[in-house]
Design a protein around this ligand. Sequence first.
Ligand code: AMP
Length: 258
Amino acid sequence: MTIVIRSPREFKLWRKNNQAKSLGFVPTMGALHLGHESLITLAKSQNELVALSIYVNPTQFENKQDLQNYPQTWDSDLEIAKKHSVDVIFAPEYTDIYPDNYNYSVVENNFSKTLCGASRTGHFDGVLTVVMKLLNIISPSRAYFGEKDFQQLTLIRGMAEAFFLDCEIIGVPTVRESDGLAYSSRNKHLTASGRKLAGQINQIIKAAPSAEQATAQLKAIGFEIDYVSDVLGRRFVAVTTKETNNGNAVRLIDNVEV
Ligand code: AMP
């Protein structure tokens, strides 16, 4: 049975009552897809219990329109959680997570200012802060994060080490559609032609001999480029397109080993 808990106090009580069991934790912002499902499947295989959180964290959205447009699909999320026999869904409200109204935050001063952090000011402060709060509430044995957000995964690993967190951080390979596009909740906003174009992102960053050439190719097919950058043995990309159902630009990210 999948239960839903909304308050941190209640969750801590649930965890206390199950403290002898290993707990895998999958944090998400909902609108679940096959990428999230692969995190849940791995968590199920490595732990006695699995907790899934569904919380669209406002402090990591520097763009309020992006926050307003973020898809919310509670009924289908619940079905997916049940299908995987998730034990507990944690679905709090802003005031549950931010009783301090975001007066306190976790800040990383180097890597978080690059790549996605360069154009999305404060994005990773919001991410690290909410993950720290969630880890303290959930108290998991292991927490699962996708390599699709490789910069995020790296920063969370660094935070866990820096703050001596008692939780193993597990990275999970990116799940892709047949043309290479990484599953993402934001893909829902793409028009048919935008969706077709988006399939080329992964193909281009894998095949181009340099970041500069990948940039030129992505530009040539109509993307606006935020960055293409080779660091840490990987090629990271962020682009935007206006080929969307609502006319608002959608930002798509990916990374591959180089
Ligand atoms: P989100 O709901 O977008 O915040 O994502 C929740 C978690 O799922 C994060 O750790 C993401 O990196 C991970 N994730 C999202 N999309 C994918 C994907 N296509 N493959 C693997 N993991 C993913």
